[in-house]
Write a protein that binds this ligand. Structure first.
Ligand code: PHE
Ligand code: FE
Length: 293
């Protein structure tokens, strides 16, 4: 290994690690290997047979639950991840994805700063964590790993309307940073990209990655009588706090990906200003104006 930093290519200089929550736990990925935009090499050859096997078991458990719970667009695209016997190679997957919607997947060491995340999405590059959870985290992992990022997020990037929404979100994030409104925009991501439900003629279905990659929440979100399911309402979502350590108490339901794209197309600048004036809402709150499913 060279000890001379390579300033010209901009690689291997390392970036500051990003940790979850209060940052008590050390980061798992190697941020020293990341480029300035936080992307790194997947280093596919370094996965062990046990890690490939863990991926396969995660995949098979989730795939078995999809019928009747995941939206058709997700089910139609999950096959693009390839055979579940191995963790996919990001470069091969990127080629397929690029042909479909001009998106790519890029490896990152783990969580990355908001601005770096928005910048990648705006360039139609989806950051996927390189590492996989430990076997004892089979049922629950706090931080997103390669299984959550790939299985949860990548199938819908094959859908043209959703793919455009994700790029718009990235561009919107760069703007929200300038307006110091990332907190409101993050709620939109949470209640759509991560925990969104969609109404279909066959009933409610999940499209959010946090639900689709979760062993227990997929069925809970669609069928449990406990959580409230409310019609999509942009400003309502921006006001609503969320739980990061339990199943959601509220899910928001879209009618179509077109509705999602069109409802989020207007300039958010005045919306952020309005939301800042209104009170924040607890995750489980119910308003008279809520459209309840
Ligand atoms: N229309 C938003 C804005 O002006 C951008 C955006 C689009 C944000 C889609 C999220 C999702 O800020
Ligand atoms: Fe996610």
């Amino acid at each position: 290994m060279s000890t001379t930093p390579d300033f010209h290519s901009g690689i291997n200089q390392g970036v500051a690690p990003v940790t979850y929550g209060q940052g008590e736990r050390p980061p798992r990925g190697d941020y020293a290997q990341a480029r300035a935009d936080y992307t790194c090499d997947q280093n596919w050859a370094a996965y062990t047979p046990a890690e490939h096997d863990l991926y396969r078991r995660l995949y098979e458990r989730q795939a078995a639950q999809l019928p009747g719970l995941a939206c058709d667009e997700f089910v139609a695209s999950v096959q693009h991840l390839g055979a579940p016997s191995q963790i996919p190679r990001f470069d091969a997957l990127s080629e397929k994805l690029h042909r479909a919607t001009r998106w790519q997947v890029v490896a990152v060491p783990g969580l990355i700063p908001e601005e770096a995340f928005f910048a990648l999405l705006a360039q139609r590059r989806f950051p996927v964590t390189g590492w996989i959870r430990r076997p004892e985290e089979f049922d629950y992992v706090v931080e997103p790993d390669v299984f959550h990022d790939l299985f949860g997020h990548v199938p819908l990037l094959f859908n043209p309307m959703f793919a455009d929404y994700m790029q718009a979100y990235g561009a919107g994030g760069l703007k929200a940073s300038r307006l110091e409104s990332c907190e409101y925009l993050a709620r939109l991501y949470w209640y759509t990209v991560e925990f969104g439900l969609i109404a279909t003629p066959a009933g409610l279905r999940a499209y959010g990655a946090g639900i689709l990659s979760s062993a227990g929440e997929l069925r809970h979100s669609v069928t449990s009588p406990c959580p409230q399911r409310l019609g999509f309402d942009l400003e309502r979502i921006m006001r609503t706090r969320y739980k990061i350590d339990s199943y959601q108490t509220t899910y928001f339901v879209i009618d179509s990906f077109r509705q999602l794209f069109e409802a989020t197309a207007p300039d958010f600048t005045p919306i952020y200003a309005r939301v800042a004036q209104q009170g924040q809402l607890a995750a489980e709150e119910r308003l008279p104006s809520d459209r309840v499913y």
